[in-house]
Write a protein that binds this ligand. Structure first.
Ligand code: DGY
Length: 327
């Protein structure tokens, strides 16, 4: 017999502390890795659950939400929530939560690391060493550009964009940014940041272009062959936002042709697949969507999502649940 009134589905294993916390309020089922990356699996199972704690890899479509006859809340284990049909959830009076703020610093650190790894060829150099090719210090081995004095053009100057910009300032970089709205004068001053209303103009001038914007219909394939052609040949592209912001086929071609110098990617258009041409492209660092992967941050993400679930199931007023999202 069920111990609690509510059933909660957590689609993948997450920190135990979060499961224990949810277990005080509901009967928790934890899915196996990968099971719910499939829409039909969600449709088949969701009917008996009152709350869903899902991953960014789970397609929470209108069909899934409609099948969730008892569903009161969908809490995403991520800040980006492009995997959830928020409009459909609103129509069905199902609340949606995400996890802002708690992953900002981990992602800022990671973006800086990815930029370093990409420009200084960490992966290729380590591979070279492991394969037994290191015969002694080489004055011309694995050269890459310095970051000091270079410009970082940030697309999407939200929390994570700003966290990256702060770190890049410490490395002596100059900050450009493009955003839907100009940020406050205080933020601009702290970062010594220059606003570009026009993305193309910024892309043509930035040594590094970093994508830190959400995936929306407007940002889908924002980086396409046109934009890549505007970037300088020595430019580096960094993407820790969402894969479909970049046209991967066009990027692979740009790397092959030397249209741009390098790319550091943590996200892909059709995760977990990676475009085969990107796998072969020169100067391309590719990582399996790990920007927020610190012990501290993944615990905090889980607790924030779980708290929203508990608040909703306990009938808390919407205005008291800070991480609910709406259109
Ligand atoms: C998010 O939370 O949206 C990130 O992609 C996790 O790394």
């Amino acid at each position: 017999m069920s111990e609690h009134q509510f059933n909660i589905l957590v689609t993948e294993p997450i920190p135990e502390k979060v499961i224990q916390y949810l277990g005080e309020f509901g009967n928790v089922t934890v899915g196996e890795v990968g099971t719910y990356q499939n829409e039909q699996a969600l449709i088949d199972d969701i009917g008996s659950y009152h709350a869903l704690l899902c991953m960014l890899s789970n397609p929470i479509s209108k069909n899934v939400l409609q099948a969730g006859k008892k569903l009161q809340i969908v809490a995403n284990f991520a800040v980006g929530y492009n995997n959830i049909d928020v409009a459909a959830a609103q129509e069905l009076s199902i609340k949606v939560a995400n996890t802002p703020d708690v992953l900002t610093e981990a992602c800022g650190d990671f973006a800086m690391g990815l930029l370093m790894a990409t420009t200084r060829h960490f992966y290729q150099a380590e591979k070279y060493l492991r394969e037994g090719n290191f015969k002694g210090w080489e004055p011309m081995g694995f050269l890459g550009p310095e970051l000091r004095g270079r410009s970082l053009g940030i697309v999407g100057m939200g929390r994570i964009g700003q966290a990256f910009a702060h770190r890049a300032r410490a490395f002596g970089m100059n900050i450009f940014y493009h955003n839907r709205r100009q940020v406050s004068a205080d933020i601009e001053e702290a970062l010594q940041a220059t606003y570009f209303d026009d993305l193309n103009t910024m892309a043509a001038q930035a040594d590094v272009l970093s994508l830190n914007c959400p995936l929306t219909p407007e940002t889908h394939h924002l980086v396409d062959s046109n934009l890549l052609n505007m970037m300088p040949n020595h430019a580096v592209l960094i993407n820790i936002s969402r894969g479909p912001v970049v046209d991967e086929a066009a990027l692979a071609e740009a790397l092959q042709n030397g249209t741009i110098y390098a790319a550091g990617l943590d996200v892909f258009e059709e995760e977990p697949k990676v475009h085969p041409k990107l796998l072969e492209a020169p100067n391309c660092t590719i990582l399996p969507h790990i920007a927020s992967a610190t012990f501290e941050t993944r615990n905090a993400i889980g607790m924030l999502a779980a708290k929203a679930i508990v608040q909703v199931l306990q009938g808390e007023k919407e205005q008291n649940i800070p991480n609910l999202v709406s259109l």
